[in-house]
Ligand binder design. Sequence first.
Ligand code: FE2
Length: 292
Amino acid sequence: MSTSIENPAAYKTWRDAKLAGYPASANDIRVTIADLAVPTEAERAAILDRCRRCGMAIYESAKPLSGDDARAELRRFAATFGLWDIEDHRSADSDGIVAIEVTDQSSKRGFIPYTNRPLNWHTDGYYNGPHEAIRAMILHCVRPASAGGENALLDPEIVYIRLRDQNPALAAAMTHPEAMTIPESVEEDGRTRPTSIGPVFAFDAGGKLTTRYTARARNVIWRDDDDTRAAVAFIDQLLAKEQEPLIIKYTLAAGEGLISNNVLHTRTGFENAAGAERLLLRGRYAKRITGT
Ligand SMILES: [Fe+2]
């Protein structure tokens, strides 16, 4: 996308190409990787093709990973896509990868990601200010739940398109620098995070979109403006009411993962089998996937 997206003709060209190229199903975004630590050029190209079309790909590692090897190989895999500047997160172990699991560990206690409860639509790090935005995320499944734990996934560019097609003023309201305020709170990394104020949609100098969104109703202050309220209600219809037909749903199996430019996502609640609890590994990055 170029910054000329403000121009209606340029917007239409970009919009039409985006919708025409968007994958129809989870199967269309799955790519098998023989060895996660050293993806081949063809495997990399297949991942990048999906990431350009819909901001994400689901990879399947042909060789199962476990224990410390999984973390190191996951970091190497991410690095081959330019994802190496992993965020400093207090829930992370020393390598920056966060284990997403049901836990009583003090740094994670009380936060929904570390329970078996459902997670509503969001982008990762939505509570960060614009200067510390999360632009890419990798989520690797070591062990799935015995039931549930399904993700719904959607490229935020689709939401921008639906809003702008509905009414350009609604899309513009979501790019306002004070559109969404997250009040100060103690976040999952244990730090008192200051109030963060920023847009939902931000286009960088190269015209690439960064999105900051949460569907949570509490601890979010939307700009006091009719277009903002209408935009929030419209997005809720698309996502929570699932009126958006391009939402992809998928439950990651062991050895599979999602690599993405921090797309919008949910997680359903899940059940753990005793002794084989759901375990996902997550890395989050300030830069988007190179070449997308
Ligand atoms: Fe998330």
